[in-house]
Design a protein around this ligand. Structure first.
Ligand SMILES: Cc1cc2nc3c(=O)[nH]c(=O)nc-3n(C[C@H](O)[C@H](O)[C@H](O)COP(=O)(O)OP(=O)(O)OC[C@H]3O[C@@H](n4cnc5c(N)ncnc54)[C@H](O)[C@@H]3O)c2cc1C
Length: 396
């Protein structure tokens, strides 16, 4: 079948990459991109970092719609998929291939009070304008975004409280043992971190806590995670679960439909399970595979996932994927400034490195990633020695 019309639903990083990759693969037909936001594609990671600190105001990506021959429709959300047609409130777009990159949106807490979220550049600029000296800021959630926002708010002189329902920061991603090592960072920055502290609801001037508790705040930011933006596909025939269900080639259950980035729940042969990865690296690379396959290639997308966070003056990087039963090995003193946590799976002699959390040790992350891609066995005693490069812990 001749492919003449491609629709990209979603105008973030993955959308921008999908458009560029279609052209890079030699596709010369029509490309229409529907983006719900009024802005051309932009990068989100700086929103909670440099932009929040006041070091930059725009994070626009270099998406040259004219050079790409891109029919870019901003402020126009896809509202339905009906056969081979995407509908919006303004029009209908017939397609031969559809690449869905609608990303994810923040989860909200119950309650009538004003709760800010940090997902879009408009969210970020609005929060930043309120981070005045002495402002009482309550951040719900000590995950990556909560921690980065707390960093910026404390640096701008706010009185910051972070409430976290779990027993440690970033526990969902790291587990409690590794997450616990992040706790002192909050206190050192003057942030009041309250662990095992659920929030019942957001009220006008504060947070209602279980048992009649109350936290007064001038600014409340909810940072408790995101959900994939897939509501518009309800009833379309596209299988949905925790995201758009796609196979290892990023193909959805409806022929001609592909998904990438935050909204895609792809099958990983490497991990033998479905993954939905809400990180920049996936939004950067998965659209290449979706675009190539949409044009007839047969590539698998099966990365070793990676993300980073910049919090409390530290560069935090995590690569891989670990399960609760994997064994944790420390490299260096986690009370110090430069250390890593490695997770291994298997038994002595056949241990494989499955994940690395590197704090101020980018080489550990890079070498760990290579070891994971190669699937090499590692000597755990050498891995535990921070003076031995991770690559030299491999058993040859
Ligand atoms: C504040 C912040 C900081 C971050 N920092 C890091 C970091 O340090 N490291 C890291 O690895 N990752 C980070 N991330 C995550 C990273 O930015 C995301 O993984 C990435 O943006 C995902 O790109 P995407 O294009 O898949 O989705 P998105 O960026 O969510 O883009 C999707 C776009 O589609 C639009 N859309 C939604 N529904 C529709 C529809 N029906 N029709 C048309 N358009 C629609 C959305 O409005 C949005 O503009 C951060 C995210 C945020 C919000």
């Amino acid at each position: 079948m001749q492919i003449e019309r491609v629709v990209i639903a979603g105008g973030g990083l993955a959308g921008s990459r999908a458009a560029a990759e279609l052209r890079a693969h030699g596709y010369a037909g029509q490309v229409t991109m529907l983006g719900a936001e009024p802005h051309p594609p932009y990068d989100r990671p700086p929103l909670s970092k440099k932009l929040m600190m006041g070091e930059l105001d725009s994070t626009s990506l270099d998406t040259d719609a004219a050079a790409l021959g891109l029919d870019l429709r901003l402020g126009e959300a896809a509202t339905a998929l009906d056969g081979r047609v995407v509908r919006s409130e303004r029009g209908e777009y017939a397609f031969d291939r559809l690449i869905v990159v609608t990303g994810a949106g923040p989860v909200l807490l119950p309650g009538p009070g004003r709760q800010h979220v940090l997902r879009t550049v408009d969210d970020a600029l609005e929060i930043r304008a309120r981070l005045q000296k002495g402002t009482r800021v309550a951040i719900v959630g000590a995950g990556w975004i909560g921690a980065e926002l707390a960093t910026a708010a404390a640096a701008r002189g706010c009185a910051v409280t972070v409430l976290e329902a779990a027993a440690a920061p970033a526990a969902a991603a790291l587990g409690e043992a590794a997450g616990a090592m992040l706790v002192p960072w909050y206190a050192a920055a003057g942030v009041d971190l309250r662990l095992a502290q659920p929030v019942e609801s957001v009220q006008d001037s504060g947070l209602a806590l279980p048992g009649g508790g109350w936290l007064e705040a001038d600014l409340i930011v909810t940072a408790v995670g995101v959900r994939p933006c897939t509501g518009w596909l309800d009833g379309s025939g596209v299988d949905l679960g925790n995201g758009i269900i796609v196979d290892s080639r990023l193909r959805a259950s409806v022929p001609g439909v592909y998904a990438a980035g935050d909204c895609a729940a792809f099958w990983s042969g490497r991990y033998g399970r479905r993954l939905r990865v809400e990180h920049w690296d996936t939004a950067l690379h998965s659209p290449n595979v979706a675009a190539a396959n949409a044009l007839g290639a047969e590539q698998d997308y099966d990365p070793v996932p990676y993300f980073w966070s910049e919090q409390f003056g530290r560069m935090v990087q995590y690569v891989g994927h670990h399960e609760r039963e994997d064994r944790l090995i420390w490299r260096g003193d986690p009370a110090g400034e430069r250390w890593a946590a490695c997770w291994v799976s298997g038994t002595a002699g056949t241990d494989r490195l499955v994940a690395v959390l590197a704090v101020g040790r980018p080489r550990d992350m890079l070498q760990g990633r290579r070891a994971m891609v190669a699937g090499q066995a590692v000597d755990t005693a050498r891995l535990a020695d921070p003076d031995v490069p991770v690559r030299d812990a491999a058993v040859t």
